[in-house]
Design a protein around this ligand. Structure first.
Ligand SMILES: O=C(O)CCC(=O)C(=O)O
Length: 306
């Protein structure tokens, strides 16, 4: 893999929507998500609205492997070809596209269960829209959330989902943004390769739980940020104790020094962070790990060597 470093990194405002009221009625979920996108875009920082708005993992359906097949939609995106929204079979894609266009901001549409092209595969998929409402990228969750902590939590996404097999980033007119979904954050390789591909900001829609959330949610984000000297953020649904899955919440944005710029509590809210490229430059100049790596000592991770 060759390094493909972008030059554009400008200050911008990032908005994370910690969406609540995600129930069993998909139309209601979509309607509410749209209202919250419009609300997020009303915020002004330095006289400007947020350039990038983010929704959480699984925002259009309850979270759980039995729900994925029921709510899955066909998207049919291929990076090589322009995507025709008008003929999309996905009502979620249509809503997200029109919301991005209406607010005129970039939009990371959390994730939705996606019906694959063939073989009945279902993916946990994040879609990305530019301010014109074009669908420009998708990320299929690579690492499936299969865990079993006896007496605490057992979850097996692989019972109904298939893992994606591609790293995804996209370029805007203000930064290069790398994507992951939730459990992907536990795999430092993914964030490291995204950073070495020139991503300035990593955005992972996620939905940690009441066992691993308090222990690892913040730790993992601050670790990925400091490891790679990038901005790192994860956007969760709000906690709903009447739902089958209790999300930890605490959507968060962390800077390249590991400082928290913004954090939600567990209720529905929108948080904002001003992303200042100078913080990344200062971190990299002051602690120059990006130029001090010893790939001669660990050549097995050197395929994207600087
Ligand atoms: O890694 C964890 O502890 C939680 C992951 C998760 O909830 C997910 O991948 O959806």
């Amino acid at each position: 893999m060759s390094l493909n470093r972008p030059t554009i990194f400008k200050p911008f405002t990032l908005a994370l929507i910690q969406l609540g009221n995600i129930g069993t009625n998909k139309s209601d979920n979509l309607k509410h998500a749209r209202e919250m996108i419009l609300k997020a875009a009303e915020h002004q920082s330095h006289g400007k609205k947020p350039s990038l708005i983010v929704l959480p993992e699984c925002f259009n359906s309850p979270y759980g492997h039995t729900h994925f097949p029921v709510y899955a939609e066909k998207i049919g995106f291929t990076p090589e070809q322009p995507y025709d929204i008008a003929s999309s079979e996905s009502e979620s894609v249509k809503m997200l596209s029109s919301a991005a266009k209406d607010v005129g901001s970039w939009l990371i549409g959390g994730s939705i269960p996606e019906k694959g092209e063939a073989g009945g595969n279902i993916y946990n998929t994040c879609t990305v829209y530019n301010p014109q409402g074009d669908l420009v990228a998708i990320h299929r969750k690579i690492h499936l959330f299969d865990i079993d902590i006896p007496g605490k939590i057992k979850f097996k996404e692989s019972e109904t989902l298939t893992g994606g097999n591609q790293l995804t980033f996209f370029d805007t007119d203000f930064a290069r943004i790398g994507l992951g979904i939730c459990y992907d954050v536990r795999f430092p390789e993914l964030a490291m390769i995204s950073a070495r591909q020139g991503c300035h900001v990593l955005v992972y829609p996620g939905a940690f739980n009441m066992t691993t959330g308090p222990l690892h949610w913040e730790l993992l984000q601050r670790s990925r940020a400091v490891d790679n000297q990038v901005f790192m953020s994860m956007c969760s649904p709000a906690r709903d104790l009447t739902a089958g899955y209790h999300a930890w919440g605490h959507s968060m944005v962390v800077d390249p020094m590991g400082e928290k710029l913004a954090e939600a509590d567990d209720s529905e809210s929108i948080i904002y962070a001003d992303i200042d490229p100078q913080v990344m430059h200062n971190a990299r100049n002051g602690i120059p790990v990006t130029t001090q790596r010893r790939f001669d000592v660990y050549p097995d991770v050197a395929t994207t060597k600087k």
